[in-house]
Design a protein around this ligand. Structure first.
Ligand code: DAH
Length: 340
């Protein structure tokens, strides 16, 4: 019996399993009901009573040894299975990764920034949550101006002095507070208005504001700057025209139209058969606005302009519903893949 135990120990210690099946075979051979080790326990009957205790201990050790071996091998097999998972088959074809694309509003915003930076405009940003001073008062809005009406502005409920900015003109004020002229900057950003959402209007949209203040800045500078901008964005033959308008923060104020780039001015659906499309508001900075911001209006003059990025993008790509910009429908967004 001792020889058997010795032989089994040798076999158990030397056993190697490469598959779970090997291991199961081993378990059956040694530990199952009809296995070798239970058979040894059965032989205890033949052992002299005084030696039984010793043999019992030897057999228990043997049984534990076999069980330990099984546990160890199980662990090894399992961990090698895990590491196989990480193995990389370099001969497999690569996963196809669909490239993303820029959002059309980002494409056009970047283009606008690019054009103005070529003629020396820097870029600044301001907060989306504003106070009455920066959004209205400093910009020369009279107290009773309809834009202050609850209809247009999202106010913070508990504090009517705080609102979501209704235009990026508020950034003009932020910049004038910090810097003295010469100032030559554009301010892209998101704006908010309490409007019903439709194909033409949204309560969230984007604008780019521009501000140029220095000595001797004239309306001619404004016209030339915006003419350059229009021809860069819409193509060389583009014509511009200025119509008188009103904004509280500019005097005189104007709206700029460009000749319709679809029909070349002959008249079509896009320009509503007028040959012209409006793209921005502009004007000479009102001296009150300069004085509100501690800039000497006797020494300095300036011009400002503001445009809606959605509007320009819709014109440029002939998109007829503003809601498409915010719905994240891939069928829409994918069409701008090549426009980086
Ligand atoms: N803030 C105006 C708006 O949201 C746009 C605008 C018009 C900006 C004329 C200007 C400007 O700087 O001079 O409708």
């Amino acid at each position: 019996m001792k020889e058997k135990v010795q032989a089994y120990i040798k076999e158990i210690d030397g056993f190697i399993a490469t598959t779970p099946e090997d291991l199961d075979e081993f378990r059956i051979k040694f530990l199952s009901k009809k296995g070798l080790i239970p058979a040894l326990f059965a032989e205890m009957r033949n052992v002299a009573p005084e030696n039984r205790k010793e043999f019992g201990a030897i057999l228990n050790n043997l049984k534990n040894r076999a069980q330990q071996k099984i546990n160890d091998l199980k662990e090894t097999l399992e961990s090698s299975k895990d590491s196989r998972k990480d193995d990389v088959d370099l001969s497999l074809p690569a996963n196809f990764m669909e490239p993303g694309s820029r959002h059309p509003l980002s494409v056009v915003r970047n283009e606008i920034i690019d054009i103005f930076s070529r003629i020396g405009f820097s870029v600044s940003e301001g907060p989306e949550i504003e106070d009455d001073w920066h959004n209205f008062s400093a910009l020369n809005f009279p107290e009773e101006h309809p834009a202050r009406d609850m209809q247009d502005t999202f106010f913070i409920e508990k504090n009517p002095d705080i609102a979501l900015r209704t235009h990026t003109s508020s950034v003009q004020v932020r910049v004038m507070e910090k810097e003295q002229p010469p100032i030559r900057s554009i301010f892209p950003g998101r704006v908010f208005r309490n409007e019903a959402i439709s194909a033409r209007a949204h309560c969230i949209f984007h604008q780019v504001e521009g501000l140029y203040i220095d000595e001797n800045v004239s309306f001619a500078d404004l016209k030339q700057t915006l003419y350059y901008f229009a021809t860069e964005l819409f193509g060389k033959g583009t014509k511009t025209r200025f119509r008188p308008s009103y904004f509280p923060f500019t005097e005189p104020s104007a709206e700029m139209d460009i000749s319709c780039f679809i029909c070349g001015g002959k008249g079509c659906k896009i320009c509503k058969y007028t040959g012209w499309v409006e793209i921005l508001g502009c004007g000479m900075v009102d001296p009150n606005v300069l004085e509100n911001n501690n800039i000497d209006s006797n020494k300095y003059t300036g011009f400002a302009f503001g445009m809606g990025i959605e509007r320009i993008t819709m014109l440029k790509y002939q998109i007829n519903d503003i809601r498409l910009f915010f719905e994240n429908d891939l069928r829409f967004l994918k069409q701008f893949e090549s426009a980086v």
